[in-house]
Design a protein around this ligand. Structure first.
Ligand code: ADP
Ligand code: MG
Length: 469
């Protein structure tokens, strides 16, 4: 036995890392415990093999570099898997919040007493009755917009009740909340977890009301309080449903005390929910809160490719790119457009071309057509935005400082008005329609290379819309 003790260095390393990472990232991966020091190493325990692999891959180098910086010695980190033990008797845990900002390695005690999952459970073949079997991680495309949420979800699926409990996934409509939540359920299910309940907050409410009506509240309580994993979708629905909130609060406590995994989704951050009891809000906010953002252009292309492959159809890449470019709001709309194109191809038995795609998807593409917007307004707003004169935009000068805003104005006019390229050409100083098409193309190319241009266009659109009001 040596007499080395590097625990101070370890503590300081953690505290520095905590300052450098986002709170989410730190909470997610730094559930580590200092075990012991040896001559040139520190042993750290983590709750599972999955954690060990992830942490080694992500942080080992950084951590060792910090240790070296602080101690002046090469100290290596040895990660040891030490499943956290289940409490003997699960007595009532007092209310407390997870202190994600704690600067030491005293991780949440609730977490420390988490259950070690029984790995002997049989793998299941048949699918879960409430979960859609295609909502898997394999079918979920990971992009910048959702990396953190997807990683958290995988960690939870691999260590239900051990990793992050509860977990709340929030984000706008059609961004994959339900998919991700069910992917966790599906993975846990195939790995042998049996009592998984998935339910929308709406159906949870209806069932609860029904149980009161039929004098069956005890059955209701038994069902939900005995789950091993509870997935409740769209909790924003619970606003103003006071007695359901109350019931969910008790369900939550019962499951949480037994380290059962609880996952919620919501269409906005919990802090923005109104008409929600404070105590339930604090339960939702406990644990890990992760958000889903709208997918970037690249991710949208990847999603479309994946979905066409999955359906076994061939659609030219340029068509997929066109759809990805025009439908940026969410994944559900992307899928709907794709379905429309596939249906068209099947019905007409013709391949989908750029032209047919434009035609078929005209209504879903771009900003809604604003008929009362005149080309003149667009030209004025764009000119002003780029500190040019109105006549510059319409005129013949072709310096870069002028031709880019001019092309942008053409592009916007093409997007938000019904004018043809010929009409636009006339309005833009008597130009040929091919010049207008060329201008729009230039902007489209630039949009691909610099997504920030999209923000400029959105700003201009807003200015145009507000011009007359
Ligand atoms: P939400 O619950 O956030 O409204 P959903 O989970 O219902 O959204 O997702 C809408 C559709 O988009 C689903 O068909 C889902 O499979 C798909 N989807 C969402 N995100 C992704 C993704 N990252 N990769 C693949 N498909 C996705
Ligand atoms: Mg949903």
């Amino acid at each position: 036995m040596g007499t080395w003790d590097y625990s101070v260095f370890w503590k300081e390393t953690l505290s520095q890392i905590n300052n450098e990472l986002t709170e989410q990232e730190f909470t997610m991966w730094f559930n580590m415990e200092y075990e012991m020091s040896q001559e040139s190493s520190i042993t750290i325990s983590v709750p599972s093999g999955f954690y060990r692999d992830q942490v080694q891959q992500r942080y080992q180098k950084i951590l060792e570099a910090k240790l070296y910086e602080l101690s002046g010695q090469h100290i290596s980190l040895v990660f040891e898997v030490k499943p956290r033990k289940k409490p003997e008797v699960s007595e009532h845990t007092p209310e407390k919040n997870v202190d994600t900002s704690s600067q030491n390695n005293n991780v949440d005690t609730k977490y420390l007493s988490s259950v070690q999952k029984n790995t002997e459970k049989p793998q299941k073949q048949e699918s879960h009755p409430q979960l859609r079997k295609e909502y898997t991680f394999a079918n979920f495309v990971i992009g910048e917009n959702n990396t953190f949420a997807a990683n958290a979800a995988i960690a939870i699926a691999k260590n239900p009740g051990i990793a992050y409990n509860p977990c709340l996934i929030y984000g706008g409509v059609g961004l994959g909340k339900t998919h991700l939540m069910q992917a966790i359920g599906n993975m846990a299910w195939t790995e042998g977890e049996s009592k998984i309940i998935y339910i929308s907050a709406e159906n949870f409410t209806n069932e609860f009301v029904e149980s009161i009506k039929n004098n069956k509240t005890q059955d209701f309580k038994n069902k939900y309080r005995n789950a091993d994993m509870l997935l409740i979708d769209d909790i924003h629905f619970l606003q103003k449903k006071d007695s359901t909130q109350e019931e969910l609060f008790h369900t939550f406590n019962a499951l949480y005390d037994y380290n059962k995994q609880i996952i919620f989704t919501c269409d906005r951050p919990v802090s923005e929910l109104k008409n929600l009891s404070e105590r339930l809000r604090s339960r939702f906010e406990r644990g890990l809160n992760v958000d889903l953002q709208p997918p970037t252009y690249e991710t949208r292309c990847a999603i479309l490719s994946k979905k066409t492959d999955a359906r076994g159809v061939k659609i030219p890449q340029e068509v997929l790119n066109l759809v990805a470019k025009n439908i940026s709001s969410n994944v559900r709309d992307l899928e709907a457009s794709l379905t429309k194109l596939i249906a068209y191809a099947e019905l007409t038995k013709k391949p989908v071309t750029l032209e047919t795609a434009q035609q078929q998807l005209r209504d879903s593409f771009g900003a809604p057509k604003q008929n009362n917007v005149t080309i003149e307004v667009i030209q004025k707003v764009v000119a002003e935005y780029f500190s040019l004169s109105f006549s510059d935009i319409k005129g013949k000068k072709r310096t870069k400082a002028i031709s880019f805003p001019r092309q942008l104005a053409m592009y916007i006019a093409r997007e938000i008005t019904e004018y043809s390229t010929t009409e636009l050409g006339i309005e833009f100083g008597g130009r040929d329609h091919t010049t207008v098409m060329h201008g729009c193309q230039k902007i489209e190319e630039r949009l691909k290379a610099e997504p920030s241009l999209e923000t400029t266009i959105q700003k201009l659109n807003k200015l145009i819309k507000d011009y007359n009001s």
